[in-house]
Every structure is written in C-alpha cells, then in structure tokens.
Design a protein around this ligand. Sequence first.
Ligand code: UDX
Length: 484
Amino acid sequence: MEDAQSTIKPHAVMIPIHYQGHVTPTINLALKLASKGFTITFVNTENIHHQITKSSPKKQSKESEEDHDIDIDIFAGARSSGLDIRYKTISDGFPLSYDRTRNSAEFNEANLKVFPAHVDELLGHLVQDDPSVSCLITDTFYTWTSRIARKYNLVNISFWTQPALAFTLEYHLDLLVANGHFASNDTRVDTIDYIPGVKALEPKDLTSFLQSTNTTSLARRIIGTAFNDVKNADFILINAVQELENDTISAIQEKQPFLAVGPIIPSGFTRGLVPTSLRTASDCTNWLNTKPQGSVLYASFGSSIQSRKSDIDEIAHGLVLSQVDFIWVLRPDAVSYEETYVLPDGFEERTENKGLVVPWCSQIEVLSHGAVGGFMTHCGWNSVLESLWCGVPLLCFPLLADQPTNRKLVVDDWRTGVNLCDRQPLTRLEVAEKINRLMSGKSAEDLREETFKVRQTLERALATEGSSEKNLNQFISDVKAKIS
Ligand code: UDX
C-alpha cells in the first residue's frame, strides 16, 4: 500500500480569492504542497496577476508602469527550483482598467455570477487536456466549489486562511440565530457559551459580519452560501495551529476533516521564490539598521481596509507623543479612494529621524528585523501570524471582518498583545500610552515573554514531528488514498 501510494502524484488546481490577504497564503500553500510532491496548477485573475507583475522589483527596473506584461510567469522561479507548478490566469469579468476597489460592491456582485463560469470553462479544458487533474483547492469564501468539483469529479478541498475561531462562528451561524445573538429583533448582548469547542466569547468578539444588523448585505449572503457549501468539502485546510486553538479545532474535526497546517509562512528555499505583493514595496532595511534592537514600532493596517480620518489623525499625533521610533505604512488609500491622506501639520518635522512613513513595505522583512519590537495592527490574520512568527508583540486595533475575533485570540487567549482602544473615540493620549506599554517597561517584557512562547509553539508545529507537518502529511496520504 505504502509503495503504491508513493507513486501517486496528486494534481491540484488552486484558486485564491483576489485579495492580498488571501493570495499570499494560497501561493505559500501551493509552494508547500508542490515541495511535497503535488503537481499544482495555480490560477490567478488577470487583474491580480497584473498587479503582482507591475509591483515586482525586476519589472519596475526594466519597464515602464504602463507596459504591463501579462506573459510573465510568477512561478518560473519555483519551477526552476524543481517544483511542478503550472500557472494560468483568467478574467474576473472586468477589464484591467476597471477600478475594482472604488466600485467594490458592483464588482463583487457581478463577480459572483461571472467568475464561477470562467472557472468552470477553465477546468473543462484542464481536465480534458490533462487527466491527472484530481483536486480542486479553493478559498472557503467561494460559493461554488462543490458544484464544480462534483462536475469534474475532483477532490473538494477548502482552504480557510483565517483562525479556527473565525471559521467556527460562521460554521455555527444556526446556533447564533437560534440563541438570538444574530439576526434577532432584540439581539442578545450577553456571553456566547454554546459554540462547540469555544468556552466563552463576547458579542464584540464576533466577526464584524456577525455583529452587523444588516443580515442581507452582499458580504453576509456570500458568507452564508459559502459556509453551506464548505459542509460538502472533502477536506478543509486551515492556516492555523492545532496547539493554539485545540478545543475549537477538535470540535470541528468531529464533523469534517479539518486540518491545521499553519503558519503557512515562506521559509527555507521557498522564501522569496514567488512574488506575492500587489503593491511596490519601499526598502526599510537601511533605516532599520541604524536603530537599536527592539526599539522600533511597526504600524500597518493591512492591504485594503480603510480607517476613519479622525482615527488616523489621532494615531499620527499619538506616534509623535509616544516618542518611540516607528515605521508607518500609510497607504495612499488608507482613508479614502478619492483623496490621499495628508499628515497633520508639523508631523514630518517632529518625527525627523524618528519615523519612516512609507506607502507599502515588505512586511515580513520589516517584522523579522531585530530593530522592530512591536506591531500596531488591524489584526488581519496574516499580520498576526507574521508578527508571532517573528516574535513581535501586537497593539491591536481591529476594524472589520475576522479582526475583532483575531484580537480576542491575541490579547485575551494568548496574552501576546494589548488593545489599542478600550474606549471610543480613539485619542492621541491613549495611542501614546498604549505604544509605550507595548514597547517598554514590565508590560513589554511580559508581552515579549508570552510572544516568545507562542513563537516556539509555531516553530514546533512546523518541525518534522510537529502538528502542522503531521496534519499536512496525513492530508496528503488521505488525498492519495482517495484518488488511487
Ligand atoms: C484581509 C482581511 O482584511 C483580514 O481581516 C483577513 O484576516 C485576511 O484578509 P488584510 O486586511 O490585507 O487581509 O490583512 P492581513 O491578513 O494582515 O494581510 C496583509 C498582507 O499584506 C500581509 O501578508 C502583509 O505581510 C502584507 N503587507 C501589508 C505587506 O507586505 N506590506 C505592507 O506594507 C502591508
């Protein structure tokens, strides 16, 4: 049996959702599976492909911005390193010139109908041309996976890029509704203690979609349909770690194969092998090299979420008041697509030599630099994992989606971070005080100690006998058994 299995080579078509926070972990999962003997056909939308190629440093130096060459194969480096990864791009239904962020509601609504048809057509060709295609790996947020997997007789594998806690809340929506914590005329505000594997959770820790009173929004409809669909998946892989969410993961495992294989972070030879960034990164290394160990605060609020102007103003003032050295990623669209945010008067003069403000950076490189000692973050799941992986404690300012839930894990469960804002509205004094609590004194020492422990847990999970490695190997062996 062992020998027969070892000759089987699963071939998976992998399709991420077209956002930075989903594309990056899906590419990294593809590299991981390919390094364990999978053949991968990775599918990006033309738009995402265009953004990656436009942002890659090689492209920048060689050609002008307008000359976007759709022919570049972002996986070429992976192939020359011996990985069997093919690459395809398909249309998301809109021309490249269409502004998807500014028109996100229209884009998402149309995309819901058009994109599955494009995926269906592509799979029809792939399966016909290459009978070895055996698995479909898509983001859990897709609503159509089981229909298409069934049509082409493929193993249906769902990839959840967020923690198990955020998954289980959506998975048990029926319980939240039945108990009056969601979609009720008189929504309950007391503790939620009936989700399997979750001891206790406050309503403020629910994902923002479950805190919203708009129960028919597009996001809500997509998530509702997607979580019905995921119940048909043959396997669910998640970018999380068994030891950190053991009860939650074990409870879901009673219903479906749910395998924690995280943190899916590029390491060893796969680091930097494939470009994943949708924006051009500024170099921060030279500046960081001039700063003492653990002295710099890194502040960034992810790839796409927008903040209130008043909050960003208070953060700017708070950074000045804290007197801490910092790197701040301030995306041009941090507040609005219409107008670039302008820093308060005098900010540049008062932070000269102390602060570096950039539109985008290579976050993992910044976090792994020894000079960085804290991360002010919106708690996007990739940011959380990257920070913990680098042993950097967090200052949490959740804004949307799974971020309030991720905050609970970071601050309440693992004690690796502090809340930025205990009271509304956010004030500059509170920002400065919390930055100092994160960066210096006994509180900082305690946070660093707990973060170090979590980092060790992550490292152990990825070691040869570690939980994530074992889960991934078990998954591969089960897939092989299924397709043999
Ligand atoms: C989205 C959701 O908002 C988030 O809640 C969910 O958990 C994942 O999908 P995003 O808001 O972009 O993600 O945040 P995050 O998950 O942190 O992902 C951002 C990614 O962009 C990270 O991998 C980070 O390293 C990268 N990044 C960010 C950079 O490389 N450079 C930057 O300057 C900022």
